[in-house]
Design a protein around this ligand. Structure first.
Ligand code: SAM
Ligand code: SF4
Length: 360
């Protein structure tokens, strides 16, 4: 009997083997079952940080990810390229951990700014060391910066961040204000620590033309000490600020932005002083209008900060997946996004990963 050529056996790679959800439509973008479309990508560049904010990290820090499990500059550019070219992502924000700890941050921004479908590029940072790099980041193509600052009091800063770095943060903010058109400040209020500093922080931000946003504390701390009944709510922040300023809902459409914005006026003269935002992730969640997709520092897609699992893209990328295959894995990951984070539900469980590890 003549020999029969059986050909070379083809072993499907794990990502090719994954079964597609039968109900996932063949759309180009990152659509989920509830009809939301993600166009806003957050990329965590590192899990490491030089601060230890009590609501984010434990005092002793977290075990660092092995270096070779973190995305390289080239891998970041490749995945952001897939997101912008194939999946309709329009905005990219670099975060962490502390993104300024990446020595190649300027180059990463440069690579993303050079993409054919260039997204708007922004950075969330604690600003320690930003003074030395703000010009280079702007020249590389960074469009906007958000800086986290919870208080102007050095001792309170050292209590909250567990590092005495207020001056360094303020130097970074000064540099950002000189270099970028719009600087936003993010503040988390913690009862018994900096709640009384909220109005001063707003006055300071208004004087400098910064847009301050208060973020409700979410259960993403490593110590698992978050307590719903003790957290400072958006309603409380509005009431507190209202004692010193007149707040009125802002006219501009919210357009998927997480912050509810208020026009701020002087109580005495009625003069318009600027704007403030309040991000009520816990008490007034905006999940129905969420447009976010996230990449962890290890190249995993997270459809929500509170998701309990992630879909790995870095493994397939390193194993030779094509852009089209990576895009399809990303679409499948986002198709499974839940309706909401359920923080107010008694059955809610905190994800294992902390804010610094996911990328806030
Ligand atoms: N290290 C950078 C910084 O602090 O801006 C970027 C990463 S940090 C995780 C991003 C944002 O998440 C910061 O504005 C921080 O205040 C916020 N954040 C961290 N833990 C939080 C929590 N448990 N609840 C609410 N916001 C939190
Ligand atoms: Fe670091 Fe930012 Fe977390 Fe503070 S909030 S510990 S600066 S990652």
């Amino acid at each position: 009997m003549p020999p029969v050529d059986l050909g070379i056996p083809s072993i499907p790679t794990p990502w090719q083997d994954a079964t597609l959800p039968p109900d996932r439509p063949a759309t180009a973008g990152l659509v989920d079952r509830y009809g939301r479309v993600a166009t806003d990508l957050r990329v965590s560049l590192t899990d490491r940080c030089n601060l230890r904010c009590t609501y984010c990290m434990p005092a002793e820090g977290l075990p660092a990810l092995p270096k070779d499990s973190v995305m390289t500059r080239a891998e970041i550019a490749r995945l952001v390229g897939v997101a912008t070219r194939e999946l309709g992502v329009r905005q990219v924000r670099f975060t962490g951990g502390e993104p300024l700890l990446r020595r190649d941050l300027v180059e990463i921004v440069q690579d993303v700014a050079a993409l054919e479908h260039r997204p708007e590029i922004s950075l969330t940072t604690n600003a320690v060391g930003l003074d030395a790099r703000a010009d280079a980041l702007r020249d590389a193509g960074l469009d906007r910066v958000n800086v986290s600052l919870d208080t102007l009091d050095p001792d309170t800063f050292a209590t909250l961040a567990r590092r005495p770095f207020l001056e360094r943060t303020l130097a970074g903010i000064d540099a950002a204000a000189r270099v970028f058109d719009l600087v936003k400040i993010n503040a988390v209020l913690v009862r018994g620590v900096n709640l009384d500093h909220a109005a001063d922080l707003l006055a300071w931000s208004l004087e400098r033309g910064f847009e301050l946003r208060f973020i409700e504390q979410m259960p993403l701390d490593a110590d698992h000490s978050w307590d719903r009944s003790a957290m400072v709510t958006a309603a409380e922040v509005r009431e507190l600020l209202g004692r010193r300023f007149a707040l009125a809902p802002d006219d501009e459409p919210r357009d998927g932005a997480p912050a509810e914005r208020f026009a701020v006026r002087s109580l005495a003269t009625g003069e318009r002083l600027g704007r403030v935002g309040i991000i009520a992730s816990v008490t007034e969640p905006f999940c129905a209008d969420c447009r976010r997709t996230r990449l962890t520092a290890e190249g995993g897609v997270r459809d929500c900060l509170f998701a309990h699992d992630e879909s790995d893209l870095l493994g397939p990328l390193r194993a030779g997946a094509s852009d089209a295959e990576l895009a399809d894995l990303w679409r499948t990951a986002m198709w499974g996004k839940g309706a909401g984070h359920g923080m107010d539900d008694p059955s809610f469980t905190q994800p294992e990963r902390t804010m610094s590890a996911i990328g806030g």
